[in-house]
Design a protein around this ligand. Structure first.
Ligand code: UD1
Length: 418
């Protein structure tokens, strides 16, 4: 099994190109199968999750061609509205096929995703939303069966602005009869891009980027092309490494998607310059401890919480980090403590006491973003770190070790034999 081997405390310099956003491309791919035609998606990151989604779309009958960051999805052959457990259990975002397939075929069978490394992660908002749109939902042998000849527009108000539920319901409602209003909708850039893509496909969605989305149902969607937005989580991960290890420049990035993160990085003492599509960070010798609470967009992303904790482990003092989006997302803490970090968790809050120095250690990935935090800690630490179970990182980061190596890090991939 692959692992990453890091010899830490090497200075970083140079520039790194940010890939297309995983969390944007996955729902866009499922939207593409709502049309009978070929859609071309550009700047598609070559990730394990992208490959899993391609596999799933092929199972439902789509034809996919992926080459050099360009993905063509032909939805004209889609004929099997069913997402099997084997795939859904490996990638929760598979659930994004629910809305599109129900809208197109009037019936769909999708495995329930189940839990994940950091808690139960329910899908009740997705299901309640579809029921409100008139779907009949039944659960049988771990599968959700949703049926509706044609969905009917309605008002849906989410208890919490769920990214996935907003995406699923928005896709389902594009071809519903009448008007659908989604209140307390997610405003994440990835949902904004999904809605813009649906509009390019012929949908009529208003209020994009606000918490009230209004969808006028249309009869059908057609294929359309799109270029995926930059991955703000990958960008944030590199920025946190740069804040300690050297001046680096991120290119092909959208700084406005990272406003909150950039503010926090300035608070710790890093110097940051931005242009319309680049961010340069100058490190600081003395990292000020800064508290952080995750929140839905435009707040600080929960997907960067683990990396922020890693950064705070070597700050000059104590900090308090709370996750309000996922209350159990702290599987990285025991692993970070293996580097000599001093972190205690109480409910959804991590209390971090900065230490002088981390010391390399063998550690284990538990999920995508926790893996990123362990890599950062390994880069900060004195001596050798090995990060095992790195299939998690391959789900969401494109060639992360190559990108860090180009910046000067001593990091390479090995297997159990070394
Ligand atoms: C997406 C992202 C994930 C990110 C998360 C929060 C993708 C593929 N994944 O996940 O990387 O960490 O947004 O920004 O885009 N909830 C319910 N019932 C539901 C749905 C959600 O209770 O039906 C709760 C969740 O348990 C969680 C909160 O709502 O506490 C937010 O979840 P949600 O925004 O839905 O996350 P995902 O779309 O799964």
């Amino acid at each position: 099994m692959d692992k990453l081997i890091i010899h830490g405390q090497k200075p970083l310099s140079g520039s790194v190109k940010i890939s297309g956003a995983k969390n944007a491309v996955l729902p866009i791919m499922t939207a593409a199968i709502m049309a009978e035609g070929k859609s071309r998606i550009k700047r598609v990151p070559d990730l394990r999750d992208t490959r899993t989604m391609i596999k799933l779309l092929e199972i439902v009958g789509a034809k996919c061609t992926f080459h050099n960051g360009s993905l063509i999805i032909d939805g004209s052959t889609v004929n099997n509205p069913e997402a099997p457990y084997d795939l859904v259990k490996t990638m929760r975002a598979s659930f994004y096929v629910l809305g599109p397939l129900l809208a197109r075929f009037g019936s769909v069978k999708v495995s329930l995703p189940g839990g994940c490394a950091w808690g139960p992660r329910p899908v009740d908002f997705h299901l309640k939303g579809l029921e409100k749109l008139g779907a009949k939902i039944t659960l049988n042998s771990g599968y959700i069966l949703a049926e509706a000849k044609r969905l009917k527009g309605t008002k849906i108000s989410f208890e919490f602005p769920s990214v996935g539920a907003t995406g699923n319901i928005a896709m389902a409602a594009t071809t519903a009869q009448g008007t659908t209003v989604i209140e307390n909708a997610a405003r994440e850039p990835e949902i904004v891009q999904l809605c813009e893509y649906l509009n390019a496909m012929g949908a009529s969605i208003g209020g994009i980027g606000t918490s009230r989305i209004v969808i006028e149902g249309v009869d059908s969607l057609h294929s359309a092309d799109i270029k995926v937005i930059p991955d703000r989580i990958e960008a944030g991960t590199f920025l946190m490494a740069g804040a300690v290890l050297g001046k680096i420049k991120l290119t092909d990035v959208n700084p406005s998607h990272l406003d909150t993160v950039l503010l926090k990085l300035k608070e710790i003492g890093a110097d940051i310059n931005t242009s319309s599509n680049s961010i340069t960070i100058n490190p600081t010798d003395n990292i000020k401890p800064v508290d952080m609470t995750t929140a839905v967009y435009p707040g600080f992303a929960t997907d960067l919480q683990a990396q922020w904790v890693a950064l705070m482990t070597i700050a000059a003092g104590s900090s308090v980090i709370t996750d309000t989006v996922y209350h159990d997302r702290f599987s990285h803490i025991p692993e970070l403590n293996r580097f000599g970090a001093n972190i205690r968790v109480d409910n959804n809050t991590a209390f971090v006491r900065g230490v002088e120095e981390l010391v390399g250690a063998p550690v284990m990935s538990t999920d995508i973003r926790a893996s990123a935090a362990l890599i950062i800690a390994g880069l900060f630490a004195k001596g050798k770190t090995t990060v095992s179970r790195i299939y998690h990182i391959d789900r969401g980061y494109e060639k992360i070790e190559d990108k860090f190596r180009l910046l000067g890090a001593n990091i390479h991939r090995g297997n159990s034999n070394g």
